[in-house]
Write a protein that binds this ligand. Structure first.
Ligand code: S3P
Length: 429
């Protein structure tokens, strides 16, 4: 069977924001239409951007940018819903804009740490006034379009922190240097380079160093086709790997950025047969290709700190696969999982235990004792977290037992049509 998955969430978020800041009309195709991207679009509208709705079928949309100084003071707080990326990237954009605005989010987003971006943004000259707990949303940003240069070492490898600071450097016209312990996803760097804001990245003794030396006064419009989200494809790959979707599935036009593909390496190590067919068009900002997956006898594996930034969102799936693999699967160096839409170390551990799987919770990961071929049954929760909902829905569909996932509808945050697609794939078995 040949299928597609919805557009990449990280890329859609960045493309929407960058298009709003460009001079001229951006053309975006394949945008993800989901809870998170709609939250970002709503916030951009609050800042005076006039844009059409995101089409559900991925057809092209045109966004009229207002330039780096064109955002308007919003009338109300900007509600970013569940979207950590939307909130953190916009904190950066607003830090470098001559206006004041309040950013807020849902109960989950209000729990997530924001000081990791507001601290360096304060050093650049922006001011933040917390309206609730310090270091959390809601917060009012008082920005300035003349920020100070920044040289910052981030203690965590995070695409959101890096992007927030680069967006601040862009709108606030500030020389921006960031070093992160390991390279995180590089989508912002690629997109900035495509619109005329030169950003470099290189390995140093201190970690991965990213620099935007000369932020331009204006950026051009973006012309971009968003590939399918490899983090959404990962659910399908897992379903096939667990034997729940026949002998072969092809997922077409998936983003294959090397900073996102470590899950494919993990699947190969576990014995899953994956073929990658590069179909990147000439001049494309991001690599794209097709994935062909066939099930194999699952073997346990280890995922350590050096890999985690390149598959951070797929780690719940590694644990789910580990439960059905031969041997002990170990995930470590993944403390960041504790500050996602839920504490994913805890929520994965609790759910696997509820199904009778032996799991040891570590500070920075977990160890899962796999039992191949065992029927798993029990009641698990989504904990309001889209990726936890989908990881356990896949496990429920693929294993012969009876697993009930409470509150599974939250998948709309990143993967509209998830249930229907999984249904279609399982029906062919
Ligand atoms: C994202 C980066 C990652 C990831 C999130 C999206 C991004 O978060 O988990 O789903 O778009 O930059 P961190 O930067 O917090 O690791």
């Amino acid at each position: 069977m040949r299928i597609r998955v919805p557009g990449d969430k990280s890329l859609s978020q960045r493309a929407l924001i960058l298009s709003a800041l460009g001079r001229g009309t951006s053309r975006l195709k394949g945008l993800l239409c989901s809870g998170d991207t709609e939250s970002t679009l709503r916030a951009l509208r609050g800042l005076g951007i006039r844009t059409p709705n995101i089409p559900r079928d991925g057809s092209e949309v045109f966004i009229q940018g207002v330039g780096l100084d064109g955002l308007k003071t919003p009338d109300d707080a900007l509600d970013l819903g569940n979207s950590g990326t939307g909130a953190r990237l916009l904190l950066g954009v607003l830090a470098g804009s001559n206006l004041s605005a309040t950013i807020d989010g849902d109960a989950s987003l209000r729990m997530r740490p924001m000081a990791r971006v507001t601290k360096p943004l304060e050093l650049m000259g922006a001011r933040f006034q917390p309206l609730g707990r310090v270091g959390r949303l809601p917060v009012t940003v008082h920005g300035s379009s003349k920020l100070k240069p920044l040289e910052w070492s981030s203690p965590v490898a995070s695409g959101q922190i890096k992007s927030s600071l680069l967006f601040a450097g862009l709108t606030g016209r500030a020389h921006t240097v960031l070093t992160e312990p390991l390279e995180s996803r590089d989508h912002t760097e690629r997109m900035f380079n495509a619109v005329g804001a030169a950003v470099t990245g290189r390995e140093t003794d201190a970690g991965w160093r990213v620099e935007m030396p000369h932020p331009p006064d204006e950026i051009g419009p973006l012309d971009f086709t968003v590939p399918g989200d490899i983090s959404s494809a990962a659910f399908v790959l897992t379903l096939v790997a667990l034997g729940g979707a026949g002998t072969e599935v092809t997922i077409q036009s998936v983003g294959l950025n090397r900073t996102r593909t470590a899950f494919l390496d993990v699947l190969s190590r576990m014995g899953v047969d994956i073929e990658v067919h590069d179909r990147t068009p000439e001049g494309s900002i991001e690599p794209v290709g097709d994935l062909v997956v066939r099930p194999g006898g699952l073997l346990a594996t280890s995922v350590g700190a050096f890999e985690t930034p390149f598959l951070i969102d797929e780690l719940p799936l590694v644990a789910v696969l580990g439960a059905c693999a031969e041997g002990e699967t170990r995930i470590s160096g993944a403390q960041e999982l504790r500050v996602k839409e839920s504490d994913r170390i805890l929520t994965v551990t609790e759910n696997l235990r509820a199904l009778g799987v032996a799991v040891e919770e570590l500070d920075d990961g977990l160890i899962v004792q796999g039992v191949p071929g065992r029927k798993l049954s029990g009641r698990v929760s989504a904990f309001g977290d889209h990726r936890i909902a989908m990881s356990f829905s896949v496990l429920a569909k693929a294993t012969g037992g009876s697993i009930a996932v409470a509150d599974a509808r939250v998948s709309d945050v990143s993967f509209p049509g998830f249930d229907q697609l999984i249904q279609k794939l399982t029906e062919q078995v």
